[in-house]
Write a protein that binds this ligand. Structure first.
Ligand SMILES: Cc1ncc(COP(=O)(O)O)c(C=O)c1O
Length: 338
């Protein structure tokens, strides 16, 4: 374990996030649900930079690599309400790097008249990113490759941030996050039995899987599918977790451990509202003063509420919901909550 901690602390990192993010009890939600287990929340919506969220942890490592390579521009892609591209744009602004974004329209069918103008896309532009709009069905890798070629032709040195920040280096940010959580558990005098969160491009779950396997193997990790593609997500988590463990010299820790991605909370598809999500966003707001989003953390919160109601956790359990952020997207769905 010491070897893993040494490898982690030797990774070049730019400080972008407000860390550690708080861990707080969800006692009013627990009372409302009549829940047996103790419920907690890890507030990665409070990572700070550009409205915060889970990607800032990945960007601390990815953009350190960009700077080490002498990059003067970053390129990445995502949908109109991508939290990943918004956090990348904010980080690039803070580090004085140009940011070029391939922004995909049309993945989410019409959900709100403001969807294409407010929330994350408004912030991307405010952070000074250049946004190239393209249709969801277009070849996003070709467009991103085109942006990189164009920058190189202009004598620039671009760095490609992978989709969702989800490669081994980005995911290592969530291995570091496990170290942070375990220090908080020691201070609180609690052993967390489960960690539950919304999983998408896989880097968050992959990093948590490696960190927990190596440092807290009794803690169960539950990813919740919000893409309506649980098997694809599970395979991606497995692949990125394997790469992350290899990067950190911790491949043995993962051996024989299953990756759990629970289906059932995505509804008809990515970004499409569900009744459970609307209930969860309202409960989080009214009982705990939380801001959850309609695409990721709201569906994740609906998932943990449902698992509690199903009796998945025992009376002695301490269950952490990892709040991965996403608040700006709420404004792009305002008609659901008006
Ligand atoms: C708010 C929020 N939660 C969860 C996720 C999923 O994280 P990952 O892509 O690492 O699986 C994302 C990814 O975009 C996100 O923006």
């Amino acid at each position: 374990m010491t070897a893993l901690l040494d490898t982690l602390s030797a990774l070049p990192r730019v400080r972008l996030a407000h860390l550690p993010t708080p861990v707080e009890p969800l006692d009013r939600l627990r009372a409302h649900l009549g829940a047996a287990p103790r419920l907690w929340i890890k507030r990665d919506d409070c990572t700070g930079l550009g409205f915060g969220g889970n990607k800032v942890r990945k960007l601390e490592l990815l953009l350190a690599e960009a700077l080490a390579q002498g990059a003067d521009a970053v390129v990445t892609g995502g949908v109109v309400q991508s939290n990943h591209i918004r956090q990348t744009a904010a980080a690039a602004a803070k580090l004085g790097l140009e940011c070029h974004l391939a922004v995909m329209t049309g993945r989410v069918p019409h959900v709100d008249p403001d969807y294409d103008e407010t929330g994350n896309i408004l912030l991307d532009r405010l952070f000074g990113a250049s946004c190239v709009m393209l249709d969801w069905r277009a070849d996003r890798n070709a467009v991103i490759g085109g942006l990189i070629d164009e920058l190189k032709a202009r004598g620039r040195t671009p760095y490609m941030v992978p989709y969702g920040g989800s490669n081994a280096l980005g995911a290592a940010g969530f291995v570091l996050a496990v170290v942070e959580l375990l220090a908080q558990a020691r201070t609180l005098g609690v052993r967390f039995s489960h960690v539950v969160h919304a999983s998408g491009s896989a880097g968050t779950q992959a990093g948590l899987a490696v960190g927990l396997a190596a440092l807290a193997p009794d803690t169960e990790l539950i990813g919740l599918d919000i893409d309506a593609e649980p098997e694809r997500v599970r395979r991606d988590v497995e692949r990125v977790a394997h790469d992350t463990a290899a990067l950190l010299g911790a491949a043995d820790a993962l051996r024989g451990r299953p990756i759990t991605v629970v289906p059932g909370y995505a509804g008809d598809g990515y970004g499409l509202p569900t009744a459970g999500m609307i209930e969860a966003v309202r409960l989080g707001a009214r009982l705990e003063g939380l801001v959850l989003d309609p695409v990721y953390s709201g569906k994740g919160f609906a998932g943990i509420i449902d698992l509690v109601r199903q009796g998945r956790f025992g009376a002695d359990d301490n269950v952490v919901f990892w709040h991965t952020g996403g608040a700006p997207a709420l404004f792009a769905y305002r008609s659901l909550f008006g």
